[in-house]
Design a protein around this ligand. Structure first.
Ligand SMILES: O=c1ccn([C@@H]2O[C@H](COP(=O)(O)OP(=O)(O)O[C@H]3O[C@H](CO)[C@@H](O)[C@H](O)[C@H]3O)[C@@H](O)[C@H]2O)c(=O)[nH]1
Ligand SMILES: [Mn+2]
Length: 416
């Protein structure tokens, strides 16, 4: 059964967030959603990335970027980049759907969540930072131009208390917390990976039922490095996380390497060329595959956490297997005790592969050739204004370009 007038909708304003949207879309496919998949993009998304999006999503819809331009409030949140999340409001214009579930590009489904469509506008889960507010990373809504215009008007009149869409939507749907308990999605539909350690016993008790993980905050899965041999996320000085977070991150990367990487234009085969590194370059993003002879000790060694961890996979696993094994161990174990064929939902999975998966047989070539995978943002030259602000805020780069020798050279050039 497929329902064509309902859709999961996400947003990727640039090629970087497209990485997240692709993994989210793929996770929905892996769990055989019966709904359409739509992604909103802006004009800056590259044509290469658009064609990759087309192989996972039913619809790729270009919209103009909306910006809250609310730098003061966004600075309070310490996330100046979030003004652009106002672009999310465009989802109300998708009136060819009767009902939709919006999901942030930094979310991932762990099982089929089609039952969300039984809920009404406006349903969302509590935010872990302020539970009387909902988190706007997962919500059920009804597209309507009327609502869209009311939202824009509201934004103009009242702005957003956090500068992003979440503040705006909470003020707009202000009776969410008190009026209808059916509109409170359980937290397992929007489990923020950072909430994991704020209430560990609750996570241990309820976490195994998690249905959607949300990597909210400034460190996104694509900011980490992934070791294709150990199938673990690598930690360096700038990234850290609890074991639970790291297992969710590893799951994200499992999907990325198994299903998204093979959709990218195939780089020169690394075994043949002597190259140590190969790159896929998009607009502002480089995806780098590296041959590294790094001792395994450098990547994170996860101690055994039998009741809640992800399996590590032998590299001999077929890509299809890999995709469906990317489940919490507790689930895998339950399944293996009575052979997964007895579970009707699983037995048909292998036959229901989305066309996007069929290309994944190329995975092994990549897997064997490289051991480190990372996504880099091509650094933009900081503007003169950014530079000045850094100085004013006392954040000089003493070791780098603001080192005494560089300043002296500038002064010399100015004086002589
Ligand atoms: O440059 C950007 C930034 C965001 N997004 C999209 O907007 C979503 C929200 O941004 P995100 O970086 O995921 O924000 P969070 O870290 O999740 O922070 C919170 O605050 C945001 C601003 O209010 C809300 O949109 C989020 O749902 C809420 O979880 C992303 O997932 C993307 O879908 C882009 O496409 N490009
Ligand atoms: Mn998010």
């Amino acid at each position: 059964m497929s329902v064509t007038d309902q859709a999961f909708v996400t947003l990727a304003t640039d090629d970087v967030y497209c990485q997240g949207a692709l993994v989210l879309g793929q996770s929905l496919r892996n769990h055989r959603t019966s709904r359409k998949l739509a992604v909103l993009i802006t004009p800056v998304v590259s044509s290469g990335m658009r064609s990759v999006l087309h192989s996972v999503f039913d619809e790729v819809i270009e919209v103009d970027a909306l910006d809250s331009a609310d730098s003061v409030r966004l600075a309070l949140l310490q996330r100046p980049e979030l003004g652009v999340t106002f672009t999310k409001l465009h989802c109300w214009t998708l009136t060819h759907y009767s009902k939709c579930v919006f999901m942030d590009a930094d979310t991932l489904v762990l099982c089929n969540v089609d039952e969300l469509f039984d809920r009404e506008e406006f349903s969302a889960a509590p935010d872990s930072g302020w539970p009387d507010c909902f988190n706007s990373g997962v919500f059920v809504f009804r597209p309507s131009l009327k609502t869209y215009n009311l939202l824009l008007q509201f934004a103009e009149e009242h702005g957003s208390f956090d500068g992003g869409d979440q503040g705006l939507l909470n003020s707009f749907f202000s009776n969410w917390a008190t009026t209808d308990i059916d509109k409170h999605l359980p937290f397992i539909y929007n489990l923020s990976s950072s909430a994991v350690y704020t209430y560990v016993p609750a996570f241990n008790h309820f976490g195994r039922d998690a249905k959607v993980v949300h990597f909210l905050g400034s460190a996104k899965p694509w900011n980490y490095k992934y070791n294709l041999q150990t199938r673990r996320v690598m930690q360096d000085g700038t990234t850290s996380g609890s074991l639970h977070q790291l297992s969710f991150l590893a799951l994200w990367w499992n999907i990325y390497s198994a299903s998204i990487l093979p959709l990218l234009e195939k780089p020169q085969k690394m075994e043949e060329s002597e190259a140590e590194e190969c790159k896929h370059t998009f607009n502002g993003v480089e995806i780098i595959l590296k041959k590294v002879d790094r001792p395994v000790a450098n990547s994170l060694q996860m101690p055994a956490l039998p009741e809640w961890t992800y399996e590590t996979y032998p590299t001999t696993c077929s890509p299809e297997e890999l995709i469906f094994k990317a489940q919490p161990v507790c689930e895998v174990e339950q399944r293996s005790s009575n052979a997964h064929l007895s579970e009707p939902d699983r037995s048909s999975e292998q036959h229901m592969l989305h066309p996007a998966f069929q290309k994944t047989s190329k995975l092994n070539e990549v897997t064997y050739a490289v051991s480190e995978l990372s996504i880099h943002l091509k650094p933009e030259e900081p503007s003169a204004e950014d530079e000045r602000r850094k100085w004013e805020e006392g954040r000089m780069d003493y070791m780098g370009k603001d080192a005494f020798e560089h300043i002296k050279r500038k002064l010399d050039a100015f004086l002589y």
